[in-house]
Every structure is written in C-alpha cells, then in structure tokens.
Design a protein around this ligand. Structure first.
Ligand SMILES: Cc1cc2nc3c(=O)[nH]c(=O)nc-3n(C[C@H](O)[C@H](O)[C@H](O)COP(=O)(O)O)c2cc1C
Length: 152
C-alpha cells in the first residue's frame, strides 16, 4: 500500500511535518510520496493508497492557501470517495481558541461527507506547545499505521 502524504500550508510547518513523516516510514518496501495539495488534483487519487493529510489553519479557522484549490474541487466535483482511506493531522495554535485547528477539521468533514473513511486518531498539533512538529507527526502516524494494519 502506497502512502501519499498531502500537505496544505501557508508558512511551511505542515510541509516540514510531511517531510519528516515520510522520511520516518519510507523504505525499500514502503513507497511514500509527498505532495503540496496545490500540486495535487482529485483526479490523481488512486486506489490502494493511504492518504495522509497534513493541514494547518489560517485566517479565522480557514484552510491554508495551498489547500484551497483541492478543497474547492471537492466542493465543485463532489467525487464519490467511498473507496478512499485517509488519516489527518491538523496544525493550529490554541492561542486561536475559537478556531483551533479548524482548517483540518473542515477538510476532514468534507472528505467524510464524500464517503472517505478516516483511519486512526485525528492528529492535532498546537504551535503554542513549542514541541517539534515533525516529531509529533511521526509519533501520531505510528498509531495510524497500527490502526490501518488492524483494518486489513
Ligand atoms: C495570521 C495567522 C492566523 C492563524 N489562524 C489560526 C486559526 O484560526 N486557528 C488555529 O488553530 N491556528 C491559526 N494559526 C496558527 C497556524 O495554524 C500555525 O502557526 C501552524 O503551525 C502554521 O502551519 P503552516 O506553516 O503549515 O501554515 C494562525 C497563524 C497565523 C500566522
């Protein structure tokens, strides 16, 4: 099963987390691709892949810039995603208490609405914690892989 890591970012933290996560699982036996959501079209979604969305929040609980075209396409095309399995890790900051990590929540809600199935826990990263975002993402993803193995 290929792992496709898709990140949405505004200032690069989600990309950093995506790259660290990919590095931690890539091996001769495990194919992993990393794409910015702005370079990834819904027509490229494939069977037999686990999609890992890493997405920050900007504005007032909005998606970051690079996730906007993909999100708009989900709304316009409304593909049937019943065959898609995905995991999601949201970056945010509890300083924004009303809208904490809402960008990723909006993306997950849309994927669910279109039939996709989430694997594992919804990951959250709080920038106010000052913890290294890559380490948090890698730690979270090991739980996702366990959950995915149990589903097979
Ligand atoms: C102008 C601005 C607005 C933000 N708005 C929110 C928000 O509404 N909710 C939230 O949880 N985090 C918010 N954040 C925090 C970012 O999501 C957080 O810093 C994240 O790590 C950024 O990741 P990125 O570099 O991948 O975009 C905001 C940050 C900035 C600079």
């Amino acid at each position: 099963m290929k792992i496709q890591v898709l990140f949405g970012t505004e200032s690069g933290n989600a990309e950093m987390a995506a790259e660290d996560l990919a590095l931690s699982v890539r091996s001769d036996d495990q194919e992993v691709e990393v794409h910015d959501l702005s370079d990834f079209s819904i027509s490229e979604l494939q069977h037999d892949a686990l999609y890992v969305f890493i997405c920050s929040t900007y504005g007032e609980g909005d998606l970051p810039n690079t996730a906007l075209p993909f999100f708009a396409d989900l709304n316009i095309v409304r593909p049937d995603l019943a065959w898609v399995r995905y995991a999601i890790f949201g970056l945010g900051d509890t300083f924004y208490s009303e809208t904490y990590s809402q960008g990723a929540t909006k993306l997950a809600d849309k994927l669910n609405e279109l039939g996709a199935e989430r694997v594992g826990e919804f990951g959250r990263y709080d920038a106010s914690s000052w913890e290294p975002v890559g380490e948090k993402a890698v730690e979270w993803f090991s739980g996702v892989l366990e959950a995915a193995a149990q589903m097979q």
